[in-house]
Design a protein around this ligand. Structure first.
Ligand SMILES: N[C@@H](CCC(=O)N[C@@H](CS)C(=O)NCC(=O)O)C(=O)O
Length: 210
């Protein structure tokens, strides 16, 4: 059964795509245009009542929330492709911890930056400089904590690549690319080496080519 992934052009669905590629799971993509309001169409809201991408359909099974989807496939196919969950219970705990850090400490600030720097005009509101400055400062503090962590281990959860690292790829790509804020990564030696490592994985390069 080929997995259908809705909304491949956007960052959160790319979190799912890179996971499926790491796991060697076949998928097809279904375009969804947020700017044209397609996430508010009744058919789409039947799949995702909050009107966000990604959603996946796997036969009769439907799932939304990108981090729930990547956890689901990493567990469902744990013996296929890259192990993304950790092998021991202690490793799994650390993967979960850093996945939560990505979702609750890192993402809110980088999301605000993306919203105000990249998408404000397309979404019809004016970018707020104060939000941009505050978000950058808050993100820098989070990255200082990452710098300390990554001076002790190659990846966030330990010396193995995991969902915790993978989950950072889509929005950090905006940060170093279109947002022109690469200095936040490059000013920190260990974060910079970590970014080079994870963003050069063949799976992520393939997502960027899709
Ligand atoms: N927590 C959700 C957030 C998804 C999300 O923010 N999706 C954005 C695109 S990256 C979206 O669909 N925005 C449309 C909207 O909010 O109307 C997830 O991780 O799946």
């Amino acid at each position: 059964m080929v997995v259908k992934v809705y909304g491949p052009a956007y960052a959160s669905p790319k979190r799912v795509l890179v996971c499926l590629l790491e796991k060697g799971i076949e998928f097809e993509t279904v375009p969804v245009d947020i700017i044209k309001g397609e996430t508010q169409n009744p058919d789409f809201l039947n799949l995702q009542p909050f009107g966000c991408v990604p959603v996946i359909q796997d036969g009769d099974y439907t799932l939304f929330e990108s981090r729930a989807i990547i956890r689901y496939y990493s567990e469902k196919y744990k013996n296929q492709g890259t192990d993304l969950l950790g092998k021991t219970i202690d490793e799994k705990g650390l993967v979960e911890q850093w996945l939560e850090v990505e979702a609750h400490n890192y993402h809110p600030h980088i999301y605000n930056l993306a919203l105000h720097i990249l998408f404000a005009s397309a979404l019809g509101f004016e970018a707020d400089q104060k939000v941009i400055e505050e978000s950058e400062q808050k993100l820098a503090k989070v990255l200082d904590i990452y710098e300390a962590r990554l001076s002790k281990s190659k990846y966030l959860a330990g010396d193995f690549f995991s969902l915790a690292d993978l989950s950072h790829l889509p929005f950090t790509q905006y940060l170093v690319g279109a947002m022109k804020k690469e200095h936040l990564i490059r000013d920190r030696k260990h974060v910079s080496a970590w970014w080079d490592d994870i963003s050069n994985r063949p799976s992520w390069k393939k997502v960027l080519q899709l």
